[in-house]
Ligand binder design. Structure first.
Ligand code: CO8
Length: 258
């Protein structure tokens, strides 16, 4: 399908989706989010794809929700349309892993979109922020919720109340991003990490994504029980037999998603 605001490429088992509204620093409007969710759902359903990389440009992953699209809306418009509610739900329903490869600005909804991914690789020029306070609003897609869980209350308050930006080094130190890499090699490195994940069994990949995400939604006791039961259930798969046999035979496992 031809998209106007994103570029989608599938190479081997990795689907790379690039946000592509350079004139607006990849600001997220309804059209872009609709196309993004469509592409993510297609990748999720494509048996060839085993991992997804979401990226932007060298200057901006995304500079936030599109202020020009939102500025004239009323409370009633926002509430009745459940503004961005549907793309948020669609995004969170994707079962395959999504890596955010962030260079430049990841602000407001851009920072929130990166946090909706499974983990974030940052270029050394990345800047994260929740500057919504400067616009007379608050974050609406996780900036007060997910960011607080990533970086803790003190930094989340600091960023949300002052609107200041966090650079890549601070973001890594604070647990917002998993790795920082040179800006020049960001996409290459994110795709290499995705290719590594693509080699694993899809059964365990999806089980891990679901289990880690469950840790945000439940108590420790329930989460540990869930994890243990999923662990037990994987002993009913060929990939568990293959993975453990390959270890003992000192060879690379050949997973078949069975
Ligand atoms: N929306 C619309 N257009 C934007 C946005 C944006 N968020 N960000 C940048 N642009 C546009 C600019 O208007 C400009 O367009 P034009 O050339 O037509 O004037 C173009 O992109 C380039 O931007 P700048 O000239 O400003 O570039 P600079 O390099 O000078 O500055 C910045 C870059 C610092 C990133 C600056 O553009 C900026 O501050 N942008 C806004 C950042 C921001 O406030 N983001 C938060 C937006 S609100 C939000 O995200 C809420 C999310 C909640 C959604 C969930 C709802 C339920």
């Amino acid at each position: 399908m031809a998209y106007e605001t994103i570029i989608v490429e599938v190479e081997d088992s990795v689907c790379t989706i690039k946000l592509n509204r350079p004139e607006a620093l990849n600001a997220l409007n309804s059209h872009l989010l609709g196309e993004l969710c469509d592409a993510l759902q297609a990748a999720d359903q494509n048996d060839k794809v085993r991992c997804i990389v979401l990226t932007g440009s060298a200057k901006a992953f995304a500079a936030g929700a599109d202020i020009k699209e939102m500025s004239e809306k009323s409370f009633v418009d926002m509430f009745l349309s459940d503004f961005f509610g549907e793309p948020h739900r669609d995004f969170m329903a994707i079962r395959k892993p999504i890596i955010a490869a962030v260079a430049g600005y990841a602000l407001g909804g851009g920072c929130e979109l990166a946090m909706m991914c499974d983990f974030i690789i940052a270029a050394d020029n990345a800047k994260f922020g929740q500057p919504e306070i400067n616009l007379g609003v608050i974050p609406g897609m996780g900036g007060t919720q997910r960011l607080t869980r990533f970086v803790g209350k003190s930094k989340a308050m600091d960023m949300n109340l002052t609107g200041r930006f966090m650079d890549a080094e601070e973001a890594e130190r604070s647990g917002l991003v998993s790795r920082v890499v040179p800006a020049k090699t960001l996409l290459e490195e994110a795709q290499a990490i995705a290719a590594k994940i693509a080699e694993k069994s899809m059964l365990t990949t999806i089980a891990i994504k679901e289990s880690v995400n469950r840790s945000y939604e439940t108590t420790m006791t329930e989460g540990l029980l869930y994890e243990r039961r999923v662990f037990h259930s994987l002993f009913n798969t060929e990939d568990q037999k293959e993975g453990m046999a390959a270890f003992q035979e000192k060879r690379q496992a050949q997973f078949r998603d069975r």
